[in-house]
Ligand binder design. Structure first.
Ligand code: TXA
Ligand code: MG
Length: 323
């Protein structure tokens, strides 16, 4: 396994069918040539990801996206124009060149053009579409530095391309389409308000009747620290667990506790998103036996933060020891 900043080396390895962790502005991805089923199979294996959970395909731009997708609704074009490259994934009809494994047999494929300059250079250098989920074990906390990837998957993948810490810190917003209607599958790095300003009202598809776990957000155990996490009013919870070794994840103001991390003293939601996963990892690695977190304002990037916190918390009771 290698780690480094050499884009040409990463491109060469990807073209040879290897699995490479790559930086994006949201989180690090575990990338393989999207058109090579054997390479994609290794991504699932390394991540211990169930095969029913499809991967996002990363492309340079709209032109490259058109090589793997068909029939874009006009709203999809408007969104790509407004937010690509950037933290927005569009779920579109797929072309036959995309292997079934990438889409878990679905007729659609998620595509995104990442804004990270290193990811852009890599996509240019390889000329390949890159299938990449977040570079963490299935269900655990997403990596926002090369070190996070090294800590969890270092012995299993071929190369880590280090592009520094991720600047957005939460995964992409995922939007699907039902004819011209836009569907929100996962809140993320592009605020819902910005998307609605571009294409009008978006239907929150997370509330729809579940057909399978394949819609992001339906999987109960996700973004989960190993230490149990409770989400609620911090001061009330601190009173309840007084004297116990708890770790606190606060939005703006520190609390007296065994250990405490503050996401943004000024209440800046972008800063809070950037720090979220790193802070969760630090708290999880410490001696605290219980983590307490509070929701942040439910607007802008706050929606994505609250979504991840809710699922980290729910995972505790549902399936906290899942791989
Ligand atoms: O920011 C991101 O999106 C990061 C970086 C690496 O690009 N990637 C990421 O991938 O978060 P992952 O695999 O951890 O989450 C992608 C989600 C999955 O929950 C999957 O179910 C959903 O996207 N997805 C992919 N293709 C889909 C499709 N055709 N229909 C519905 N959901 C899809
Ligand atoms: Mg993920």
């Amino acid at each position: 396994m290698g780690i480094g900043t050499n884009v040409e080396e990463a491109a060469r390895r990807l073209a040879a069918g290897e699995v490479v962790a790559i930086p994006t502005e949201t989180v690090y991805g575990l990338a393989a040539n999207a058109l090579d089923p054997a390479a994609v199979a290794r991504v699932f294996e390394i991540k211990r990801r169930p095969s029913f959970d499809p991967l996002i395909v990363h492309v340079r731009d709209v032109r490259a996206a058109l090589e793997v997708t068909d029939s874009w609704p006009s709203a999809a074009r408007a969104l790509a124009e407004a937010f690509w490259p950037g933290p927005l994934t569009l779920v579109l009809e797929r072309k036959d060149v995309v292997p079934d494994l990438v889409t878990s047999g679905l007729k659609t494929v998620g595509v995104r053009s990442p804004a990270h300059p290193v990811a852009q250079r890599l996509l240019e250098e390889t000329g390949l579409p890159l299938a990449a989920p977040s570079a963490n074990r299935f269900g655990s906390i997403s990596p926002t530095t090369a070190q996070h990837v090294l800590d969890q998957l270092g012995t299993e993948l071929d190369f880590i391309l280090d592009g520094g810490p991720c600047t957005v810190g939460v995964e992409s917003t995922i939007i699907g389409f039902d004819r011209e209607r836009c569907l929100l599958y996962r809140p993320g790095g592009i605020p819902l308000e910005a998307i609605e300003a571009c294409v009008g009202p978006v239907h929150d598809a997370r509330q729809d009747a579940p057909t399978s776990p394949r819609t992001p957000g339906r999987l109960p155990s996700h973004y989960a620290p190993r230490t149990p996490l409770l989400l609620g009013n911090l001061d009330e919870m601190l009173e309840e667990y007084a004297g116990q070794p708890v770790g606190v994840l606060a939005f703006r103001s520190a609390r007296a506790a065994h250990v405490c991390r503050v996401l943004s003293p000024t209440g800046d939601l972008a800063e809070a998103a950037r720090r979220l996963f790193g802070a969760l990892r630090e708290l999880d690695a410490g001696r605290a036996e219980l983590l307490l977190a509070e929701p942040v304002p439910d607007r802008g990037l706050g929606r994505a933060i609250n979504d991840r916190l809710r699922r980290a918390a729910r995972a505790r009771t549902v399936d906290r020891d899942a791989p």
